[in-house]
Design a binder for this molecule. Sequence first.
Ligand code: ATP
Length: 273
Amino acid sequence: MHPARDRRAAPATAASPLLEVRNLETWYGPIAAMQGVNLQVREGQMVAVLGANGAGKTTLLNTLAGVVDPFKGEVLWQGERIHGLDPDAVCRRGLVLVPEGRQIYPFLSVRDNLTMGAFTRGDPDGVREDIARVFGWFPRLRERERQHAGLLSGGEQQMLAIGRAYLSRPRLLMLDEPSLGLSPLLTKEIFGIVSRIRSETGTAILVVEQNAAIALAHADDGYIMELGRIVAADTCANLSQKADVREAYLGGQAAHQNASGTAQRWKRRKTWR
Ligand code: ATP
């Protein structure tokens, strides 16, 4: 059996989540992009990290993927410390990143892009099966199988980036803003398929998004990041009900009754609870 499949066979125990992030801190030169971040993803779970531009979401995923090294803290993968490993070593363990902006190979065909995702694998039959599976999820990619990937639309390129990541046989698929530049309809379609990948294959998902509504609708647990810190963590069902989350991220008209019974808008500088 191929090692990529063996990875899938070893379940994380209840005591050790699939991924545990402890007090993680990453700097770019003098800039602290992320501090004191704690987060967990359990086997088969979908977790969303929400936040505005510059909140530190990409930094978090890049740190987990080994693209940047943390200054402080720990990344535990089934209890093993993996922070500081090279990106290919992280990928071989089953944490696979779909980067912001997709980063597909524009001059390779759709099929060749998918095949590139399987570069760590030595099971050509399994790779062919998985490409067929990706084409089942994304029929538009099958129709464009021989085309240069650079000719695809933004939505199709996002589908290809997700498909290519799946070819690495992830146990945790990390998605950086899959909705970026996409119409609401395409965003919905992509999140629907990501949820399908999760339910059909048991792959856990860690998604960072500015589109809070769609992420909260699909994920189990959510974290809200502001200025490099996690300011709220809860189930997505609970987060969706919180007035401050609704106002700041869901475009809601949350209003609060003050002591005199008149409605007042939530203050901009809020305390997250
Ligand atoms: P976006 O949604 O715009 O991508 P984000 O939440 O992903 O935002 P990051 O890209 O992680 O946020 O950025 C966090 C902070 O780190 C920001 O202040 C940003 O300006 C800074 N930053 C990001 N990358 C670099 C870099 N390569 N060099 C210096 N500062 C950086």
